[in-house]
Design a protein around this ligand. Structure first.
Ligand code: GLN
Length: 532
């Protein structure tokens, strides 16, 4: 079949859940047997979100091919179980970078390089790449930002052109907001009408409207929106607040979002899939009564999105263990030897978060010492694993100045040190050890038992590593290096086998955890936490 391109735009306000609607539609089409991918266009100038502070856009997600990406790609993977790549997340910065490189190379043969057609052509090339190179049946492209923003104009212009070029093979789904005015006891459609007008002004007639609302929409409201916005009444959907985002695909299927998409793209509709395993996951969520309490020790506690994938991986693992996840964010900057017992009281397990830089680092050591001495199930991720190593060096090996050279370049005991290939790196963007690498796990280790395998592949994002000069000393004292990269010998996993569950991973296992395929390390960690 010819690839179908579906664009998802948003109006009225941000945070309406374009990412979830895109992922839900993908899930529905996928369960009808189509191959589907989702792409995100971000209108900012950064080449990618890798250099952004988590306070800006939350966590930086990492794809299997080592692209630092918007956290929405995490939703896409968790919903569809399909890996994304660097082709799935494009920023304005990258579009301009490509065009400017072509201009420098002389590709434009002396022409004046302009937004139309050169920038828009580059945008369109990046959309179509997923159909031509990756051969997906459906490409869903989410346009970041809100209609009316200056920044998204070149993207919308490209969508307008593609609608002309692709005809039936291209659809626009526009997501808006219908506020409820309590004093008037009325749902208001005017913001939706205005936002569709905005789209029409740039030449785009949406085919489908999804109205985000906190109250059921009456058929009267839907008819009115359809009439004023030139959209068929059956193509107006509501996206009402639900207790779990994992219900959104079901809510969309009930209203027939996927069948309207198929009809409009000229595809046979066929039978409605049962979504049995998805429903099974939801049942597990709602049937879980007992709680598992996990503490996440990190420095971005005010912003849960900074740890989005960890949060989701823990949630999936708890759900598959038949528990409700109660996640407590613990501010590493506030932890001291005096308050640590109180701070971790009642928790079944702790996760020591990834991160960069000195802020809050000492609190992570305090938490790790307490967890180690009190045999609490503990998972250290990336910087969290490095902190496990440093704490052990300080308090067990007796090197009180042990550190990572990231925090103290002059430390005599550099148990965590800059990787050899990082020493010549001067640019910050896209230069870390990124993406999926193989890891061989020692037979019989707790990590191998958790995975049920001795060879795994997980994604990385770091510059520093375990210093192999210290390996023997650590192993003699009881911290084992049980996971290694087979080519480079880099230590990927450490554990203390004597303790119930104390594992640190240099990689980020959270990125590969999905709704229907939770990451085994998280599942095993939660299991240990429950047993405790
Ligand atoms: N800052 C550490 C490093 O660069 C850890 C990075 C992380 O936690 N993602 O090695």
């Amino acid at each position: 079949m010819e690839t179908k391109y579906i664009f998802v735009t948003g109006g009225v306000t941000s945070s309406l859940g374009k990412g979830i609607i895109s992922a839900s539609l993908a899930k529905l089409l996928q369960s009808r047997g189509y191959t589907v991918t989702i792409q995100k266009f971000d209108p900012y100038i950064n080449i990618d979100p890798g250099t952004l502070n988590p306070y800006e856009h939350g966590e930086c997600y990492v794809t299997v091919d080592g692209h630092e990406a918007d956290l929405d790609l995490g939703h896409y993977e968790r919903f569809t179980n399909v890996e994304t790549t660097r082709d799935n997340n494009i920023t304005t910065g990258r579009i301009y970078q490509n065009v400017i490189q072509k201009e420098r190379r002389g590709d434009y043969l002396g022409k004046t390089v302009q937004i139309i057609p050169h920038i828009t052509d580059e945008i369109k090339r990046n959309v179509k790449l997923l159909g031509t190179k990756h051969k997906f049946d459906f490409v869903i492209t989410e346009i970041g930002g809100t209609v009316g923003d200056i920044e998204s104009l070149p993207f919308l212009e490209s969508v307008r052109q593609l609608k002309w070029e692709l005809g039936k093979n291209c659809l626009v789904v526009h997501l808006t907001y219908v506020p409820y005015i309590a004093a008037a006891k009325e749902l208001k459609t005017k913001p939706t009408q205005h936002s569709v007008k905005h789209l029409q002004e740039v030449g785009i007639q949406p085919d489908i409207l999804v109205l985000r609302t906190e109250h059921e929409l009456t058929s009267e409201v839907r008819r009115k929106v359809a009439l004023f916005c030139n959209v068929e009444p059956k193509a107006v959907f509501q996206s009402i607040d639900v207790p779990s985002v994992f219900e959104v695909p079901l809510k969309m299927q009930e209203q027939g979002l996927d069948s309207v998409v198929l009809e409009k793209t000229g595809m046979p509709v066929g039978e409605t899939p049962s979504l049995a395993s998805w429903r099974g996951f939801l049942d597990k969520i709602y049937n879980a009564s007992d709680v598992v309490r996990i503490g996440l020790v990190g420095k971005y506690v005010e912003l849960p999105d900074a740890y989005k994938s960890i949060n989701e991986a823990l949630f999936q693992a708890a759900t598959y263990n038949g528990r409700k996840l109660k996640l407590e964010f613990i501010h590493s900057e506030k932890l001291t030897d005096e308050n640590i017992a109180e701070s971790l009281k009642g928790l079944d397990g702790v996760v020591i978060a990834p991160g960069f830089g000195n802020r809050g680092i000492e609190g992570k050591f305090v938490a790790l010492k307490y967890a180690r001495e009190n045999n609490m199930p503990t998972l250290g991720i990336c910087l969290g694993m490095q902190c496990m190593v440093i704490e052990f060096a300080r308090n067990v090996l007796g090197y009180s100045d042990a550190n990572s050279t990231e925090m103290d370049v002059k430390t005599k005991h550099n148990v965590i040190d800059l990787m050899e290939e990082q020493k010549s790196v001067s640019n910050y963007g896209g230069t870390m050890r990124l993406g999926a690498y193989d890891c061989e796990l020692e037979e019989g280790s707790n990590a191998a038992t958790a995975y049920g395998s001795t060879s795994v592949k997980e994604r990385h994002r770091h510059r520093f590593e375990f210093n192999n000069d210290y390996k023997d000393e650590f192993e003699k004292a009881g911290m084992k290096c049980v996971g290694k990269n087979p080519e480079t010998n880099l230590v990927e996993v450490v554990e203390i086998p004597e303790l119930k569950w104390f594992i640190g991973t240099q990689y980020h296992p959270e990125y590969t955890s999905t709704v229907l395929k939770p990451n085994p390390l998280f599942v095993d960690f939660i299991k240990a936490a429950i047993e405790k």
